[in-house]
Design a protein around this ligand. Structure first.
Ligand code: SF4
Length: 389
């Protein structure tokens, strides 16, 4: 038998989580998150959450280095809070799929008795047999195979969990049933648990429709949480638009990519050049942006070298920290909300009017500053081609 706390660390979606007061209905999520971020001040939470979202956005099915520690419980809770706040069906689906697939892989490694314990925790009506029981014979090409299993599940639970699994062989009529219990193989039982976990992440949608604005506003007052939230949205904007202007926009020695920078970046660079102090958020944005273009560290440090409070060591550390964490530059929506969009000031046509998307056959507004460069480069290449023709 497993220690139930160990089990909860591995599988925080188990109802027994409540026994360990990680969070319950009486807790204020704001206070809870504040305390949590102060408990992990080194960005470990942010790193784990980003890793998860990045993998989900890339449709990766497994995460290397999955850890079953205390933070695994927090990760689960934060993911659910984030999905509620984001209120975005495609994102919820991706996270739900990835999380439930990881769970499936982990459960397959568990002993039969542990899977039984998990089913009990889930309050499923399960019968467990050790040694396994026989429940029929499968005859195929004159070969006889005795069917045996350690598990039977009540048909009502079976139907509830298998409701969204459409395979023919999972239909109740295609499974052996006796006294109201379905004979089920461990792998199939785990597949049903996977489905339970997947739905846990989608339940938010049924709760109260749109996520409460007040709740969201409150949580976004926590700087670390806001950082995670903004970064996910920026990443999603990039992902969504992937991509009709698939241009290599990395830094190349000798080429001048900065001529294609959007106004929001140009404005910050200009301030830096003039030796004006940049706000914290401007510094972050420019660092994420230049990192995303693979600018060499020295070039980025140079940008900050004119600041009145320039500290080379600190700047180096911050650039590398952001790179390691894979922070994505903010999206246009976020920059607008931070008053960092300079479309009007520079009277920039792309930023103000958007562009025509051939892929979608419609006019689109610009969603991300990195697209601005891709669009500029695409248009530039068209011009060159025309001249050559
Ligand atoms: S529209 Fe986007 S890219 Fe253009 S200035 Fe505003 S934030 Fe920057």
């Amino acid at each position: 038998m497993s220690n139930i706390f160990d089990l909860v660390k591995r599988y925080p979606w188990l109802p027994s989580l409540k026994k360990y007061s990680y969070i319950d209905s009486k807790d204020d999520p704001y206070e809870y998150l504040l305390e949590l971020f102060s408990k992990y001040p080194n960005g470990e939470i942010q790193e784990r959450v980003f890793k998860f979202f990045r993998a989900a956005f890339e449709n990766i099915e497994y995460l290397s280095g999955h850890k079953n520690d205390d933070l695994n419980i927090y990760l689960y809770l934060i993911l659910r809070i984030l999905l509620y706040i984001l209120d975005n069906k495609p994102i919820s689906n991706r996270i739900a799929n990835l999380y439930s697939k990881i769970t499936n892989n982990e459960l397959l490694k568990e002993a039969d008795a542990t899977v039984y314990e998990i089913c009990q925790d889930l309050n499923l009506k399960i019968k467990y047999y050790q040694p396994p029981i026989n429940y029929g014979i499968n005859i195929s090409k004159d070969q006889k195979q005795i069917l045996e299993t350690n598990f039977r599940i009540h048909y009502a639970d079976y139907l509830k969990l298998a409701a969204n699994l459409r395979d023919e062989y999972r239909k109740l009529v295609n499974n052996a049933l006796s006294e109201g219990y379905v004979f089920i193989q461990k792998r199939s039982l785990i597949r049903l648990i996977q489905e339970y976990v997947r739905r846990k992440f989608l339940n938010n949608e049924d709760d109260e429709g749109k996520s409460s604005n007040k709740f969201k506003k409150n949580l976004l007052k926590i700087q670390e949480f806001k950082e995670i939230y903004d970064n996910i949205l920026s990443h999603w904007e990039l992902k969504k638009e992937e991509f009709e202007y698939n241009f290599e926009i990395s830094f190349k020695k000798g080429s001048n990519i900065s001529k294609d920078f959007p106004p929001c970046i140009k404005d910050i660079l200009l301030k830096a050049e003039e030796g004006q102090n940049l706000t914290h958020i401007e510094r972050l944005f420019i660092t994420f942006f230049l990192n995303a273009l693979d600018y060499p560290e020295d070039e980025i440090i140079n940008v900050f070298s004119t600041m009145p409070d320039f500290d080379k060591k600190k700047t180096e550390y911050q650039i590398n920290f952001a790179k390691r964490k894979g922070y994505i530059p903010h999206s246009c929506a976020t920059l607008k909300s931070l008053n960092l969009c300079m479309a009007v000031k520079y009277n920039d046509q792309i930023c103000l009017e958007g562009y025509f998307s051939k892929k979608l056959d419609t006019k689109k507004t610009l969603a991300h500053p990195l697209f601005y460069i891709q669009l500029k480069q695409y248009r530039g290449s068209k011009k060159i081609k025309k001249l050559e023709d």
